[in-house]
Design a protein around this ligand. Structure first.
Ligand code: SAM
Ligand code: SF4
Length: 350
């Protein structure tokens, strides 16, 4: 007797959309990487990401799991090879494991190279085993400090021990973990070497992210901004960093740290533009497609699917949006009193 052991409510199997020619934008870049935000909600309130009192979207505005599956699967049919699930916090979305289980069919069929997620790690202990079972091979976990008190302050109430337990559970399940930390001048600058060494000692890559001017939050971003050029110079005063050619399809530039043996990435959207090689687009949890993180361009794919479009209609809408992908963006922290882009990172999904 075959018993279905899965505890998750996967969306009902859907017909695969027709395979189409790959998505190529107006500047000849092939779009092969989709980030999907599955919720705007989160169990943390990181100071650089969210306001303390956020108003979250009404449920009706957020795509259902079936709609998320349909949109993501259509991108896969159009040549998306890498799918990253994000948020908000993806693991707080009810039913998200059903969605991941369902999307894992594209790994089995060979249409997708990678199904991955970016998470704050608070619920990873619970889900790590199943993520591994569904073919997730590596994940990004955001963690800006190893100090429980500072973690509580930066996340407005988060429990660091849960995140560390989650990271350990993922590693034990055979999932590679990359630790992402936002570099913040006053809060974690001095601690970054410890954080990097901690990650490398566990066999994890580490990536530092420059704070980006996205979303209205209370604190002045120019106060927190720390250039990764300066961080790198500081690290080079006691470590040997060697540039390496490690491409993950993302905007990070990687170095090897001789002393720890580990890999370190720098994501510097402000001091370095990575637009020429950008292969990615982002879908928000409301079905808005952003083809550039730093620009306000947007296409409402929810309106397309809720308007009853068939697969061909949806594919046309996606092609139209990708064709208009901007050539690049221009963040300049000093010039903007207001954020360059008003939407929060938690809605866009990075
Ligand atoms: N909740 C998940 C997490 O924290 O990993 C996924 C979504 S979160 C928006 C994705 C990443 O964006 C995190 O690594 C977070 O640190 C980063 N982030 C959020 N706001 C940012 C900002 N203003 N500048 C730079 N990175 C930011
Ligand atoms: Fe939540 Fe991630 Fe934003 Fe922090 S960075 S508030 S964990 S969505």
């Amino acid at each position: 007797v075959i018993v279905n052991m899965t505890p998750y409510d996967a969306p009902p199997p859907q017909e695969a959309p027709p395979r189409g020619a790959p998505l190529i934008d107006g500047f000849g870049r092939t779009v092969s990487y989709l980030r999907v935000s599955v919720t705007d909600r989160c169990d943390l309130r990181c100071v650089y990401c969210m306001a303390e009192h956020m108003t979250f979207l009404p449920k009706a505005e957020v795509l259902t799991l079936e709609e998320l599956d349909r949109l993501a699967s259509t991108f896969v049919a159009l040549g998306t090879r890498k799918l990253r699930i994000t948020g908000g916090e993806p693991l707080v979305r009810k039913g998200v494991m059903g969605l991941i289980e369902s999307l894992s069919r594209h790994l089995r069929s060979g249409a997708l190279d990678e199904l991955t997620l970016t998470t704050n790690g608070t619920r990873l202990s619970e889900f790590a085993g199943d993520l591994a079972r569904f073919g997730v091979r590596r994940i990004n976990v955001s963690m800006d400090t190893l100090k429980p008190d500072l973690f509580r302050k930066l996340t407005r109430g988060g429990d660091l021990s849960k995140v560390i337990a989650g990271i350990d559970a993922a590693l034990a399940a055979g999932i590679a973990v990359k630790i992402n930390a936002v570099a913040l001048k006053d809060d974690n600058a001095a601690e970054l070497p410890d954080l990097i060494a901690w990650a490398h000692a566990r066999g994890c890559d580490a990536t530092l992210i420059e704070a980006m001017p996205l979303g209205e939050i209370e604190i002045d971003r120019t106060d927190q901004f720390l250039s990764l050029k300066d961080v790198r110079l500081d690290l080079e005063s006691f470590w040997t960093l060697t540039d390496i050619d490690h491409a993950t399809g993302g905007p990070a530039r990687y170095v090897r740290v001789a002393e720890t043996g580990g890999r370190l990435g720098f994501i510097t959207p402000l001091s370095h533009n990575f637009c020429e090689t950008c292969n990615r687009v982002r879908l928000t949890c409301t079905g808005t497609l952003h083809t550039c993180l730093g620009r306000e361009d947007a296409s409402d794919l929810r309106a397309v699917i809720r308007g009853g479009a068939d697969d061909a209609g949806l594919i046309d809408a996606i092609r139209l949006a990708v064709d208009a992908k901007p050539q690049g963006h221009d963040f300049h922290i000093v010039r903007h009193a207001a954020p360059a882009v008003a939407r929060h990172m938690s809605t866009t999904g990075v």
